[in-house]
Design a protein around this ligand. Sequence first.
Ligand code: ZN
Ligand code: FE
Length: 751
Amino acid sequence: MRSACSIRVRGIVQGVGFRPFVFRLARARSLAGWVLNGPQGVEIHVEGGEAALAEFIREVETQAPPAARVASIEVMRAEAQGLREFTIHESSQAALPTVRITPDLPVCEACLEELFSSGQPRSGYPYINCTNCGPRYTVIQRLPYDRPNTSMSPWPMDAYCAAQYQDPSDRRFHAQPIACHHCGPHYYFSRGSEVIKEEGAAISAAVRLLGEGSIIAVKGIGGYHLACDAGNMQAVGGLRKRKYRKEKPFALMTRDLAAAKKLVRLAPETEMLLESAARPIVLAPASVELEDVAPDSDELGVMLPYTPLHHLLFASGAPEVLVMTSANRSSEPIAYRNEEALEALSGIADGFLIGERPIVRRVDDSVVRQSPFGPVILRRSRGYAPAAAASLPAQRPILAAGADLKNSVTLVVEGQAFVSQHIGDLDHYECLRAFEETIRDLVSMYQVDWKNLTIAHDLHPEYFSTTAASRLKGWNTVGVQHHRAHIASVLAERGELHKHVLGVAFDGTGYGDDGAIWGGEFFAGSVASGLERVAHLRPAMLPGGDAAARFPVQAAAGFLTQIEHLPDLGAAPFHFPSRFAHSVALARKGFRAFPTTSMGRLFDTAAAMLGFTRESTYEGQAAMWLEHLARGANAEGQYPFPFDGRQLDFRPLLGAILQDRLSGRPLAPIARAFQRAIAQGLCDAALALCAPRKLDTVVLSGGVFQNNLLLEDIREILSGEALEVWINHAVPPNDGGISLGQAALATMVSG
Ligand code: ZN
Ligand code: FE
């Protein structure tokens, strides 16, 4: 007796070897039918014996290829058609491009083995890949994902590759970017007028220079890296100088896991992050000190090799630990086109390892860390983008423009929220262009009609993203308050749009409903019913507004002028520079000063009082410096940070720090007691605000929660309480997660 069924599989199922996987399963059970990429996912028709069908369905569910992410499987009874064999149908051009595009994948074990075995057409070939591995998002020009629509189109396959591409039993069946030495693109080495074309020699030349302390630009998956020997102080120092990067930590790539373990302490969960398919940069506690790599930090950012070229570099003798930092000058976006890289990096790199395959769009390395509440993504890019980060019940497509710092954009199509790669800080012209390109790219890739789009943006009238969003001609435009978007991003990730929670947004900066600079906010409510601001940090004046973020002593002015009997901070032990006195004058006059409730600026104030009186060279630096300092002391004693039902009062807190500084208490315990006070104040306020509203869940989001010590304290303080704590896992707690939150709140407005 022959039975039949139709199966529809949704999720990340295109370009991940799903059809050949289905083909092999069906053949193994002697089932007949077909599989194809349909408009909404993979569609299967299968017929045969009842028992074999049941087995087949179970295997489709449980044994999907490693890169696939199955969202749902629908099985329906169908009419048997008397088919004799199982076949793979070509993807039809008419299929709608709503099938999700998969993120780029690291080279797989099978390909690595082939890479290092001799005498094969792909031995030592840096572009080796298969359906289980290799580039996706960075080579796709348009959908459907077929070779002519990728950046591999200039390299027709030879007979060897074509045979594998057409063989359903081969692991390269329909692997779009496959190639070999004979037919595919190559890497070459270039230094001044010297060009080395032969691949092995090109890699050796780069390796030799790395060993000698040179800086080499290396083309990767989503852009160029600048690489140098992390153990060579002169090389690292030279890179800092040439890149105009004074203090921001550099990422490292180690030859393998064993080499990583010599640098950082890896808990089992952290090790899993390091080896996960996204191959992100993982921040973990340092167990060695590497001069100049990550100043004033307890952590090192480490990643493992993820392209065949990386493996070839290490196998050819590159130093076991390399600095691998995005190739750009200070805050510019990462270079990804060959001509552009050669020009922009000419004064930085001593040599170039250039790959011929074009990168379609720039995608930086992602950054993650294990927190006391689970993994946190600090920069969501390669390996994650453009996968959907959430499902939203949106009836029409939504484009959310994000915020101006650490920008990402989100496009919601058919209820799926696709969050773009990390774009950067939009005050830089090149980043602003990348922002506009990414929007056009996503909208056209998913074939969304601009006229149907709801466009969500931040309320800040001076944000570039706001201005750009208001120029787009969509269906309608929705302004979303920055900190509500932070809270909504967590709830969107969890699909909890109706859950009533207490949302705590501790952040550097964001435009408030009243035009003030918010950043220490408590909200009660839900995404669906709205988030009402119920409490906040006591306001202070912020001279210079958002610009004060660069100067901790400037931020300190408004906070400290509220303290009675303020000592002379220009004198010992504080030694505040004259900028402080000028800022105090501005704050008093109210000239170019704005009220703020920013928790980030309160951290800056404390950092300034503890000696961070210089300019900070990247966002959040002073707070990171303070956390580093605090980790040097035990948690004993804390400062008062009282909550009166409406406001957290910083005056007793800062007053206590002043006293301790004047009496000569060492810095580390002061920093530690400050951190503890912030955590205690937050928890006191949360408990006080939750009880009368019968809320059982606290949602934490905003840049301040990148501070792991703060999360550790919160967890400890709340451990005996009946409050659940939710944080971001799929998008960053910093402004990289804003676009998802905007999309969630806009869903409620636009219906
Ligand atoms: Zn592979
Ligand atoms: Fe923010």
